[in-house]
Each structure stands twice: as C-alpha cells, then as structure tokens.
Design a protein around this ligand. Structure first.
Ligand code: S3P
Length: 175
C-alpha cells in the first residue's frame, strides 16, 4: 500500500484568488513540512511564466505540463501542495486526488466569493484565463468547477474574511 509519510499531508484546491499559495506557505511553516506549488513546478520546468506558456504554446500544452506536475507532486511530495485553479479539470488528476485521499490525505477546497477573490487576483494580466472581463470569467470558471472542487475535497473552508493564517489553522485542526 501507499506510504503515508512520503505523501503530502494536505493538497489545496480552489479558484484563482482563493489564497491557495499563501495558505500553503502558512500551513507548511506551521507544520514544519515542505510547501510546493504546481504553478511554480510548471514554470520551472518550462523555464518561463505561465502566461508565456499560454501565449507561446497554448492552453492544451499548459494543461499537459500541469497534469504531469500534479501527478508527480502527488507521488513524490511530502508536505503541503497547492494546485493551480484548473488542475482538477483532468480526470487523471481527479483520480490521483481520490487515491491520495484514500491513502489518508486531506484535500481542501478553499471556497471564496468573487468579492474576496477579486482583490487577491488583482484582475491583472497575469492570469491568461481571466483576460477580457475578469469578473465574468472568474464567475464562469467558479460555476463550472464548483462541483468538481466539492466532490474532490474532503474538507471545504470558506475563506471569506479569514486571514491566511486563520485558514491554515483551521486546516491544521483536521490533519
Ligand atoms: C488557472 C489558474 C492559475 C494557473 C493558470 C490557470 C486556472 O493558477 O494555473 O493561469 O485555470 O484557473 P492559480 O489558481 O494559482 O491562479
């Protein structure tokens, strides 16, 4: 069977602006374990920022790199893992998360309203999927993905009005 100590203790999922990266940092510090972020893994391997991958190679190529980063991290990483907002869309990623849960891992959906996500995202040009009308795009993404976030997670934390440290503490109680 899987070796629990070789696996991340918590995986954070949720839309852009839900605070996944910041909470992952706070939680990994609190637990004294490594923190990892699949967006960073993809950027490191590609040698360029995500928005450039979208421009140069397109979203499908980004999703391939992302799936590989997610499955590798779920397999190798021991600590706290933050996933990109769309990383749960691939059924193979979802399957990986189901197996991770079955091995005792905690998959946390950071739920957030548009009003609280907006200032975090900044709705600048850094996220290629939110160009054009960022608020409408964000809402469309969230509406389409909410069912996936909800069925993949075994813990949901509504982060509205909470500081990253509070969210981390809430998760720590469940580990
Ligand atoms: C995406 C979210 C981003 C990044 C990419 C695509 C998405 O990550 O992976 O721009 O599809 O929601 P964050 O959720 O960290 O912003």
């Amino acid at each position: 069977g899987p070796t629990p100590t070789l696996r991340p203790r918590a995986v954070l999922i949720g839309p852009p602006g839900s605070g996944k990266s910041t909470v992952a940092r706070a939680l990994s510090l609190a637990l004294g374990v490594h923190g990892r972020d699949t967006d960073n893994d993809v950027e490191q391997r590609a040698g360029k920022p995500i928005r450039e991958i979208f421009v140069d190679e397109g979203e499908p190529h980004f999703r391939e790199l992302e799936l590989d980063a997610v499955l590798t991290a779920l397999r190798e990483h021991d600590g706290v893992l933050a996933l990109g907002g769309g990383a749960v869309l691939d059924p193979r990623a979802e399957q990986g998360l189901v197996e991770y849960r079955e091995a005792g891992g905690l998959v946390v959906f950071l739920d957030v309203s548009l009003a609280h996500a907006a200032p975090r995202v900044g709705f600048n040009t850094a996220r290629p999927l939110l160009l054009g009308n960022p608020r409408a795009q964000w809402q469309a993404l969230m509406e389409a993905r909410r069912p996936i976030y909800e069925r993949v997670a075994n813990l949901r934390v509504v982060t509205d009005g909470l500081r990253p440290g509070d969210v981390a503490e809430r998760i720590r109680e469940e580990i």
